[in-house]
Design a protein around this ligand. Structure first.
Ligand SMILES: Nc1ncnc2c1ncn2[C@@H]1O[C@H](COP(=O)(O)OP(=O)(O)OP(=O)(O)O)[C@@H](O)[C@H]1O
Length: 337
């Protein structure tokens, strides 16, 4: 069967005009993806945006409705005749070479694959069996993964006793038993406490830097995409409304600001006339002054307050984050998008 004929090192995932509807409900409306090998790609979107559906299609769990037809990416018509999807994963055609795709990928979904009745090691050995590894190799990989994920001490404990963070680590370890080159992580840290989330981030980063795997992750957390991803795509109502590095996305939105809170309206008014710019909010007694968040701009504000002897109660510096990106791109906060 053919493999993608580009360079010696094909992109990990390419897709053109990916569409999916459930009945009348259009979930994906012509999505294009181009993800380089050895990078982390984050698909960012609120609940119901179509993130899991995208992962399910790319990992061969469900079929897309259509790929590259004449009007791909431009139509919102849900009655588009299904054409052969044009999606390549790990250099293999998604539908014509589905088995080859499956053997190159690993998927960790929102619902744990961990069997509660088994120990951590038994869960890993079960995965090794499913992937037809011989017993010795299976045992070797299980031990190696338990050590890497800091689970050796609980290798023989029933997983029913595991915390959410331990379970999530074991889930990912189980995905790694088969040595996948591309790993799909569907909301890998949802519901985890901040410490477990950071541990998970470290593990994900190491997978890329140490082993050169490609990670396709979905997330609702702007911070997660910002911290982890080489490229981020923002999914909204079945369309990618923006794509780029975290910095590129941030550049598309207005700059940050310094927010100064005063103790009374008189101080607020004086400050508003001194600065001459900014948004004055009498209810919260705050003045929002445009700023790039740099030290000199902060110093300028502090100096002006000091020389004019205006009493400020508190001051916060706001640099643009991905929440601002969502607000700017969709006109709505992420939660309501
Ligand atoms: N099997 C299905 N039948 C009908 N509708 C579905 C099915 N699977 C998903 N949907 C709908 O498709 C839309 C996108 O769902 P999807 O699970 O892909 O979103 P998501 O971005 O992953 O959201 P979440 O963060 O909540 O998991 C939702 O409105 C969902 O109700």
């Amino acid at each position: 069967m053919p493999t993608q004929k580009t360079s010696a090192r094909p992109p990990a995932i390419t897709a053109t005009g990916l569409r999916k509807s459930y009945g009348d409900k259009l979930v994906l409306d012509g999505i294009d993806l181009n993800i380089e090998e050895g990078t982390i790609f984050a698909l960012l979107g609120p609940n119901g945006a179509g993130k899991t559906t995208t992962v399910e299609i790319l990992s061969t769990l469900i079929n897309a409705d259509a790929g590259t037809d004449a009007d791909a990416g431009t139509s919102t018509n849900t009655d588009v005749t299904a054409a052969e999807p044009e999606v390549w994963v790990a250099g293999h055609h998604l539908t014509r070479e589905a088995d080859a795709v499956r053997s190159a990928i690993g998927v960790t979904g929102q619902f744990s694959a961990v069997d509660n009745l088994l120990t951590a090691e038994e869960n890993l050995l079960l995965m090794a069996d499913l992937h037809h590894l011989d017993r010795r190799e299976g045992k070797r990989r299980a031990k190696d993964l338990l050590r890497r994920f800091d689970l050796s001490e609980v290798a023989d404990s029933p997983t029913v006793t595991f915390s959410g963070g331990m379970r999530r680590k074991l889930d990912l370890a189980m995905t790694l038993v088969s040595g996948p080159r591309i790993i799909f992580l569907d909301e890998p840290t949802t519901g985890l406490d901040p410490r477990s989330r950071r541990t998970m981030w470290e593990i994900i980063r190491e997978l890329v830097t140490d082993e050169g795997v490609t990670i396709f992750l979905t997330t609702q957390y702007l911070e997660e995409a910002d911290r982890l991803a080489d490229r981020i795509a923002v999914l909204d109502h079945g369309r990618l409304i923006a794509e780029g590095t975290a910095d590129e996305l941030k550049q598309r939105i207005p700059g940050g600001h310094i927010r100064v809170r005063f103790t009374d309206v008189q101080s607020l008014d004086t400050a508003a006339s001194v600065f001459g710019i900014g948004t004055r909010d009498e209810d919260s007694l705050t003045l929002q002054i445009p700023s790039n968040g740099s030290l000199p701009s902060l110093r300028a504000v502090l100096d002006a307050l000091e020389t004019t002897a205006i009493q400020a109660e508190s001051l916060t510096v706001h640099t643009p984050d991905l929440d601002d990106v969502f607000l700017t791109l969709t006109g709505q906060p992420k939660e309501n998008a």
